[in-house]
Design a protein around this ligand. Sequence first.
Ligand SMILES: N[C@@H](CCC(=O)N[C@@H](CS)C(=O)NCC(=O)O)C(=O)O
Ligand SMILES: [Fe+2]
Length: 287
Amino acid sequence: MTQANVKAFFDEATFTVSYVVSDPVSGRAAIIDPVLDYDPNSGRTSTTSADQLIAYVNDANLSVAWILETHVHADHLSAAPAIKEGVGGQTAIGAHVTSVQNTFKGIFNISDLAVDGSQFDHLFDDGETFKVGNIDARIIATPGHTPACVTYVIGDAAFVGDTLFMPDFGTARTDFPGGSAAQLYGSIRKILALPGATRLFMCHDYKAPGREDYAWETSVAEQSKNNIHINESVTEEDFIALREGRDGKLGMPKLLLPAIQINIRAGALPDAEDNGIRYLKIPLDAV
Ligand SMILES: N[C@@H](CCC(=O)N[C@@H](CS)C(=O)NCC(=O)O)C(=O)O
Ligand SMILES: [Fe+2]
C-alpha cells in the first residue's frame, strides 16, 4: 500500500497542528484543519499560516482534492476559505455539524444561518469512503469532544482531531455543548481498534509537564500502551470519572466565541456592514 506523505504545520498561537496529506504517486492532496491567524486584541485576521500551507502545496506541485475539518473548532478560526481560494479543494466536515449549528444558531442569534451543513461542499457520514489520489481513505465518526468530531483514516495514517492527545497529555475535554465522556471513550476505543502500526496525528499539542518539545505523531500501539487517560486497562467508568473531574477545572479556550461563530459557517467571515467593516458577536453571560 502506498503511504501518504504527511507534512505538519504547527501554529504556536493556538497549539494547533494543520496537515497537508498527499499521495506521492498522483500528487493529489488533502489539507486538514488549516488555521486563520486571528489576534483577539486588535481584531485583525491574517493568512500567514494558511500561506505556508499554500506555498508547500505549490512547491511540491500538489493538487488539492479536499479541505477537511476534524470538527467545529473552538480554539482557532478555520482558514478553509483562504485555502480554497489559493489552491482549490472541496471543504468537508462530519455530518453532525448540523447539530453544532443548531446549538450555536440560538446562542449567537444568527437568524439567517442555514443549519443543514450547506456551507460545506460535502458532509461525511460514519464509515463513508473517499480517495486521496490512489490512497483509500475513510471516516470514523468519533464524537465525544463535540458531536461532529470525525477521524480521517488515509492509508496507514489517521487524523484523530481532538479525541486523543499525545500519550503523556491524554484526551480531549468533553464539556462543550453536546460533549460526552462516555461517547469519547467509545470513540477512542474505535481508534485504538485500528492496526497497532497505524500512524496517529494529533490536532493539538500543549506539551506535557516535563516535556521540552511539541509533538503530534504517535501510533495506535503507543497510545494503547501509554496514554495517561485511556490505556488498555482503563475502564469506561474510570475514564468518565477522570475526564469529568478534569473538565470541571478547565477555563474556556481564549478564542471560543470568535472561533465557533466563524467555524459553523465553514470559515466564512460575516458580511461587512454598510461601513465596509465586518463584526463578530460576543454573547454576554450566555456560554
Ligand atoms: N488554553 C487553550 C485551551 C484549549 C482547549 O481547551 N483545548 C481543548 C481542545 S479544543 C481540549 O480538549 N483540551 C484538553 C485538555 O486541556 O484536557 C486555549 O485557550 O486555546
Ligand atoms: Fe477542539
